[in-house]
Design a protein around this ligand. Sequence first.
Ligand SMILES: [Cu+2]
Length: 165
Amino acid sequence: MGHATIEWVYVGVVIAILVYVGADAWNIERLLEHAPEDAETIKVTGAQWVWTFEYEDGTREIGKLHLVKGQPYRFEITSVDVIHSFNIPDFAIMMDAVPGRINTIWLVPDQSGEYLIQCREYCGLSHYQMRGTLIVEEPSGEEGEANITSAAVEAPSKGATAVAS
Ligand SMILES: [Cu+2]
């Protein structure tokens, strides 16, 4: 092979890698931006210095967020005063809470348990206290059975599922 041929092969390989990386990144961006259609919407409001969560049925909780494992959720995040940032480190969720606009992010919690919710944008004197608790519960009843993954269905009992997770 001459120099020119080797160079063209090199150029071709580089272009192929760039196209592959670009296409994959585009696909991931698309997935990140679009919540599943059956996602439940939860309104998240930051205020100095508490998080308020409003579920689809209109009920509200302050500082505590109850989700069900395996169910998709779409968070609509805003603030009533200064800029905060809604952060659940264990699920790699972080989105700014900005007064006057709604930012969205979605999540399907895949593990039950209790997790930290915190503000990740310095927002004043008690910023460090702007924490909450995410409680992810195991699905229950008929609705839960449908949501349970095939792996969980194969487990002999609920107890065994809890141990596995
Ligand atoms: Cu804050």
